[in-house]
Design a protein around this ligand. Structure first.
Ligand code: ATP
Length: 351
């Protein structure tokens, strides 16, 4: 893998010694990769992006782009010399310029012929050649975003950074633009990092997802690995939904009130753990003598999400097909068959 971006131990505090916005972040992004930085509000996503772009100075660590150090304790390369394209949340188009003029903005040093050709290519890539003469107020949100993307891609940057690129769009437009942006980035072969608080978006578009919590990168991996084998309880809860039930490791198995699971992680016998259970791991079986009780049902269109109380009083969630209706209060048996048994040590709350 050819590296395009490398962050090593990057930290940032705002306002001289205040709360750390990000702490000791290390990550590597390969050429052509699309990486999502995912996390709740205030976890440091935008700060990480701004540090890579060169809009903020790190307090510690180093940042490399294309094998060149752009920030460490001695070096700071300004944003305009980092070879980075940026798509802002509000697109930040120039209202007094047309779509074409906006795209041309980053090419003012290019000779006219080369720049003209590149503008055509960039507008064509985002499917806006027909609308090149329009001002931004004459364009829809999705079209404005395409212009912003074309403007960022036009100078052929080493990397494009996108800050919550879909958050200003309606739900249906957002779904369409996710697909379009993904296709455009792939077609251009561009390395990209985008930040989002929307897990579905991150899982759908990214080759790898980095999950941030309180300024720390808790895990970075392929979407299915993040979902199936989360490294921390936070990642388990933030990416998908998860319940945790107590268990005790006994040799080859982990004994819980939902049955005995295989000890896939090879944990030591006698260890008290919490086993992660996803709603899609739990099957509800009609059984009038069942020991579990249905507490609530939430219809979600494509499925029903049940909350089920176990004999211990603990509750877990179960996702069932959209036509599978079980009334609240019904007695039921619970069957589990998780493909990945993920456990956290009961006495270790750092994970
Ligand atoms: P959101 O999804 O809400 O945009 P985020 O994950 O992008 O959040 P950041 O904007 O990176 O988070 O902010 C991380 C932390 O740094 C937050 O606690 C925020 O209040 C703080 N912060 C961000 N920018 C500044 C600033 N210019 N001055 C002081 N504190 C800041």
């Amino acid at each position: 893998m050819t590296e395009v971006i490398r962050l090593e131990g990057v930290s940032k505090r705002y306002g001289g010694g205040g709360i750390a916005a990000i702490q000791e972040i290390s990550l590597v992004v390969g050429k052509g990769e699309i990486v999502a930085l995912l996390g709740p509000s205030g976890c440091g996503k935008t700060t990480t992006l701004r540090l890579i772009a060169g809009f903020e100075v790190p307090d510690g660590g180093s940042i490399e782009i294309g094998g060149r150090i752009v920030a460490n304790e001695r070096i700071f390369v300004p944003a305009e010399r980092r070879g980075v394209g940026m798509v802002f949340q509000d697109y930040a188009l120039f209202p007094h310029l047309t779509a074409r003029e906006n795209v041309a903005f980053g090419l003012h040093n290019w000779d006219a012929e080369r720049s003209g050709k590149r503008i055509e290519e960039a507008l064509d890539l985002v499917g806006l050649s027909e609308l090149e003469g329009r001002y931004s107020y004459e364009l829809s949100g999705g079209q404005q975003q395409r212009v912003a993307l074309a403007r960022a891609l036009a100078p052929s940057p080493q990397v494009v950074l996108l800050d919550e690129p879909f958050s200003n769009l309606d739900a249906d437009m957002r779904a369409q633009m996710r697909q379009d942006v993904h296709r455009i980035l792939r077609q251009a072969g561009t390395t990209a990092i985008f930040v989002t608080h929307d897990q579905e978006e991150a899982l759908m578009i990214a080759d790898r997802v980095g999950v941030l919590n309180q300024g720390r990168l808790e895990q970075i991996d392929q979407p299915d690995v993040i979902y199936h084998t989360p490294a921390t309880r936070f990642v388990a809860r933030f990416v998908g939904s998860a319940d945790f039930i107590p268990g005790l490791v006994q040799g080859e198995g982990i004994v819980t009130e939902l049955g005995t699971f295989p000890n896939q992680q090879g944990l030591p016998s006698g260890q008290a753990v919490e086993v992660m259970i996803r709603p899609d791991d739990i099957e509800l079986v009609a059984d009038l003598a069942g020991e579990a009780t249905v507490v609530t049902r939430h219809f979600r269109g494509s499925d029903n999400l049940y909350c089920v109380q176990l004999p211990s009083g603990r509750t877990v969630h179960s996702s069932q097909g959209s036509t599978r209706i079980v009334e609240s209060g019904a007695r039921i048996a619970v069957k589990t068959d998780p493909t990945h048994v993920v456990c956290f040590y009961e006495d270790d709350t750092t994970r």
